[in-house]
Ligand binder design. Structure first.
Ligand code: UN1
Length: 497
């Protein structure tokens, strides 16, 4: 068994071992006898201290030229590259997903570092003509101030970097509250940022629960921006409070993503997509495929192919290179999935076609494993077709044609990712236009976003912001319009001709 490490918070330039709420342990979800470490459980006091430090550091960090700030983020990307394997292993231990995926998670952080570093030499604004002679107009992006980053456990590296790297390049300072299920990766990220040259008080890390750390961060008057990825339930509360406090709140919330399989699709390709989309990361992605909408002409054949393959998926410890699906992240996550299986079975007409049970014996005895699960005959209104489960549960819905497929796909409160498999270019273009989602894949699964395109969703998935890409800059900068009048006289806009 690995040794129990003691991890620390990083507040006001110092590593602090104890939290005002004591400590908590973080367990390997594939083997709960493996304790990854002991972590300080912070509270409002730590948030206060961290925000004060970030506010103080902001005064000088905002004046560091953006290309210099970006060089530091580029170095962080280099260090992540050097340590990719070690970080991936730690992440698999604390979060459970398989090594191929944790390597991908670190890679997404590396990609984000290099993309954000490039922005240090862009951060484009506009120069525009003015109404008067000898007058100059331009817009520039200004940093916003102290940013509170509240991040989930499913992408312990990628999602924090989506937020922290561009925020720092833009000249903001940060208080980072990672998920309590994945704090070790967060500590490593902060160590790397410091090693890369981020000045100590510019980045602060406070581990702890949402109520003890997250809420005070949202409430703090000196925190200008909250960027949150997590459940719609929590996101709604943060947005409501943020609205009262007139803060900028960026939210990336739930999804109930669907893959459409049309009758002309390459079924082998669609099968690979469905398996990866539904069971990759054990279904614990915001972008996971949790509904499969299949044309009636190919439905029975495709479902048979799907079950055949899903049955063979190797479920186990993600550290084993042979494993294809790891455990769920925690006991409570497994309980949620179990409850949804009960709900699915009780709802009329749905058939549990595969799986549905926790795996609790042999190699699976010490972790939160669950079988790949498929419901067929699902009706679009059923709870298993409407609510985000965040587990390896796929609901198959049969449809008559493209119109019905798109109507069913759009028929949830969410709108993050979507996919259609078809060889018909007309159907593909109609899907691109009519699907209500922030992301649409043609002949690809619902998972697999790259950092140079906007990431986020419509409807209850978010509040209009987009992470990644240059669109993330709108979260972490304020526009300032600047007029320079070099005429030496008063020129009154809209009045003097
Ligand atoms: C998430 O699940 O919140 O597109 C992020 C993907 C990954 C990111 C997922 N690149 O699935």
């Amino acid at each position: 068994m690995a040794e129990k490490c003691v991890y620390r918070n990083f507040i006001a330039g110092k590593w602090v071992e104890t939290g005002t709420n004591g400590t908590f342990e973080n367990m390997n979800p594939a083997d709960t006898s493996d304790v990854i470490g002991v972590f300080p459980a912070g509270g409002p006091e730590e948030v206060k201290e961290a925000v004060a430090a970030a506010k103080e550091a902001y005064a000088s960090w905002r004046l560091v030229p953006a290309p210099k700030r970006a060089e530091i983020i580029k170095r962080a990307g280099d260090i992540l590259t050097e340590r990719k394997e070690e970080l991936a292993r730690l992440m698999t231990r604390e979060m459970g997903k398989i090594l191929a995926e944790t390597r991908g998670d670190v890679q997404e952080g590396i990609d984000t570092a290099y993309y954000a570093a490039g922005e240090g030499r862009r951060l484009f604004g506009d120069t525009v003509p003015c109404e008067f002679p000898n007058k100059f107009g331009m817009s520039v992006r200004m940093p916003v101030g102290v940013c509170g980053m509240i991040t989930p456990w499913n992408f312990p590296m990628a999602i924090p970097t989506w937020k922290i790297f561009p925020a720092l390049v833009c000249g903001n300072t940060v208080v980072f509250k990672p998920a309590t299920d994945t704090p070790a990766t967060a500590v490593k990220l902060v160590e790397i940022l410091l090693e890369a040259g981020v000045p100590p008080k510019v980045i602060n890390l406070v581990c702890g629960t949402g109520s003890a750390v997250g809420n005070p961060l949202v409430e703090h008057p000196d925190v200008a921006v909250i960027s949150f990825t997590g459940s719609s339930e929590v996101g709604r509360k943060i947005a409501a409070r943020g609205g009262e406090l007139l803060k900028r709140i960026s939210l990336e919330l739930g999804g109930k993503n669907a893959q459409i399989v049309m009758d002309d699709a390459d079924l082998d390709l669609a099968l690979e997509g469905a398996l990866w989309g539904a069971f990759g990361t054990t279904g614990q992605r915001c972008t996971a495929t949790s509904r499969l909408i299949v044309h009636e002409k190919v439905h029975d054949q495709f479902v048979a192919m799907l079950i055949e393959r899903a049955k063979t998926l190797r479920v186990g410890n993600g550290l084993d290179e042979q494993t294809q699906m790891g455990p769920l992240v925690s006991e409570s996550q497994r309980r949620t999935v179990e409850q949804y299986v009960v709900i699915g079975r009780e709802e009329d007409k749905a058939t549990l076609a595969l799986g549905g049970k926790a795996l609790t014996s042999g190699d699976h005895a010490k972790g939160w494993f669950f079988e790949p699960t498929i419901f067929t005959g699902v009706q679009p209104h059923m709870r298993i077709a409407q609510e985000e489960i965040f587990g390896p549960v796929l609901s198959v819905i049969k449809v008559r044609d493209l119109d019905e497929a798109i109507t069913v796909l759009n028929g949830t409160i969410y709108g993050l990712s979507s996919s259609i498999y078809t060889r018909d270019v007309n159907a593909a273009f109609r899907a691109m236009r009519d699907i209500e989602a922030g992301i649409t894949y043609i002949n690809g699964p619902t998972i697999g976003a790259e950092v140079q395109l906007p990431f986020g969703g419509v409807k209850a998935t978010g509040n209009g912001h987009r992470e990644a890409c240059h669109t993330v800059l709108d979260i972490f900068t304020e526009w300032k319009s600047i007029y320079v009048d070099f005429s030496g006289k008063l020129q009154r806009a809209q009045i003097d001709s």
